[in-house]
Design a protein around this ligand. Sequence first.
Ligand SMILES: [Ca+2]
Ligand SMILES: [Ca+2]
Length: 373
Amino acid sequence: MPESVSCEEGFPRKNCSKHSLYIKRRDTNSCLQQKQQQCRLEQSVFSQTKKMTYISILLWLLMKTASANPKFNVALGGFATQIDTYNELGAASNAIDGKRDNVYYHDSCTHTFTTTDPWWRLDLLETYTISSVTVVNRGDCCADRLDGAQVCIGNSLENNGNDNPVVATLLSSRGNTQTLTFTEPVEGRYVNVFLPGTNKYLTLCEVEVYGSKDEVNLALGGEATQGNTYDALGAASNAIDGKRDSVYGHKSCTHTLETTDPWWRVDLRESCMITSITITNRRDCCAQRLDSAQIRIGNSLDNNGNSNPIVATVSHIAGGRSQTFVLPRAVEGRYVNIFLPGMNKILTLCEVEVHGLKQEGKPPAPEDEKGHK
Ligand SMILES: [Ca+2]
Ligand SMILES: [Ca+2]
């Protein structure tokens, strides 16, 4: 128990410790009611300080892997806490031990006391872009206890993180394992499971969080080319100059000749896991020219990369507007092509932003016959 923790007078200091296996509920409630904010804050600080030393190496390894793989369960590198702990089998960390074992007595699930508004919180230690959360409910008893639990994700610790936006509500009728997939990725450092109501137990056998961090515009470090170039204002590199300026005369947009099947390509210099592409269309003229353009991603330079798989097709982007194409799942590739099929076509792009993660440790794509990497 940390010396810094102070609870209500008359109660032993151990009553504030989430590690105290013999904590009495009466004492816990008193602590929470009378020193709630101070007690929880100090618990959090102490727990993180104490644990940080021996988990830091593990975290470094986990986060390094996570940053390279958006499908990694980033919860495994986090730190878990909860409002209180029922007994020695119900530690908050059991929900991030990597095991979906749903039998409480196997020491892999969490368990609070019966209380008002119990909560469990995962601190990912950094802000992540979260695409899905999987929650495993208890299987040997009491599945309906989880009904109505809210999953909250955000960066605030107000109300212990329970005031962050609710992204989903859990129902035991959906099965023992519920995967919440977000159509729009959610950003946050804290993932809470908050169970509103009185006389509630909160038990979680596993919480998995899938997401990524440090996504950058990979195109900025790439090399752009296109089938041909209309004039000195329309260089291929203008689509990766970091500016969405959509007036062609400002020299920040590309422009091909009128031709059959014009194309533009950015070489990311190494294979990446790509999650979204944002395209900015020209404003001062001719927005419809970009209609039906295909976004293709892959590692092949066959047909100048224009035979790589289509991941999205432009319907119509209004003049001067930017549209983000979020891919249902990350796509691996070194080359991103914008291919405009048809005769008498002109391809103009004012900016192409490619978001995703580099794949560390992967071998570079082979050189093509012209020696281009
Ligand atoms: Ca578990
Ligand atoms: Ca530009």
